[in-house]
Design a binder for this molecule. Sequence first.
Ligand SMILES: [Zn+2]
Length: 97
Amino acid sequence: MELKNLTKGKIHHLLGLLETNEREGWYFGNKEQYWNRHRELEAELQLLLSGVSNRTSQKPTRYKCLLCGRDKFTRKTPHNCVGGYRKHKIEWQPIYD
Ligand SMILES: [Zn+2]
């Protein structure tokens, strides 16, 4: 795994897990070490997150078709849209998770 492949969504995912862990209060190994590492990890992820947000080359994770409103497309692909199967003149909106 390379850190540069971490998307905003993944970082939020990890931060969410850390938050849950903190709320539930469980740990393993040395308690003090665990929570120190926990706090460091949290800070590093936050830092990473600000870096990712500023990255303009971030690729959209999904696309929304503005004609039919479906937003589960991973690629701009022909599909059964308004008025039938459509390949052209579809308006796409990139979605960044
Ligand atoms: Zn459509």
